[in-house]
Design a protein around this ligand. Sequence first.
Ligand code: C5P
Length: 356
Amino acid sequence: MSSVTESAEAAVTVRAPAKVNLQLAVGPARPDGYHSLVTVFHAVSLFDEVTVRQAERMSIRVSGEDASAVPVGKTNLAWQAVTALATAVGRKLRDSALLIEIRKRIPVAAGLAGGSADAAATLVACNELWGTGLSQRDLAQVAAGLGSDVPFALVGGTAVGRGRGEELTPALVAGNYHWALAFANTGLSTARVYATCDRIRAARAQADTPDTEAGTGRTGPALATRAGAADAVRRAAATGRPGVPEPELSRELMTALRSGDPVKVGPLLSNDLQAAAVSLLPGLRRALAAGREFGALGAIVSGSGPTCAFLAKDAAHAGDLAVALTGAGVCRAVARASGPVPGAAAVGPQRRARKL
Ligand code: C5P
């Protein structure tokens, strides 16, 4: 009887998409430090590619966009994905060493969930390489432990995310949406953007506190004049955390997405983290204004930023926007992309681990 080993040649390549958030409604901070969210994730055709192959010891090689900014040790989400999947399926870690090659097109710390895409791609690749046969649902559970955006990178398409973003419901969307994505010169830490959002909200709440009017039944002047403020206050009071209402899905956006008409979708794009991202990188204001000026149907910071996403009328318009934004010198680089696209999936001929 021959001993059972795995082919040293086995390698699997998977690509996974970037995302933009068509809506990002951020609620109060939870006791675990995360914020409750309602978000509409939308996967776009900007992909990272990950190849995994068996090796004597774990290592990561990165090439492409922002490669030098990607950690190659245990802090890399792809490395963590290998460990998490091996643990979940009861595989010995010492038999699970891999060479992970990451070819990046998604910029790092850009609000496009590039690290999450790499983690999702690695999960799918290891599931295939090891023949572990986990279902999409099982993989999603492992993914949620790695980061809030990783489960979405597995499924792709357009989906509503709740909880901290990991509880997904597929969304009904018609048509294709074309984007120009403007990359900034620097990245932003997601945690820092959320913390800045909290600080801005706390400062606003303080400014709005009707301290001199306490007991008079009147609200402060800033709140009284803000659209929808009364409703927000009522919802906030119901949560017991005055000032930060529970996030709600935009029904108007969902209806517009079902129509497949980007003209309807554009004005309904929204991001509660945008003010925080802009306060940390004020240059983003210029980029957003330039995109609007060049005829973008919608202009938002993607996720925690700093990438700005501009919705175009069609593919040709996305090209025009990309050229105009590049010429205006308001960003480091511009990419065109369309969505929705599928989540992490194997590419090319795969050589599965074979029993010899
Ligand atoms: O889940 P992930 O590792 O991507 O989150 C990075 C950081 O972003 C968290 O540590 C937290 O500070 C912040 N975050 C949050 N609420 C969320 C998602 C992320 O506060 N729903």
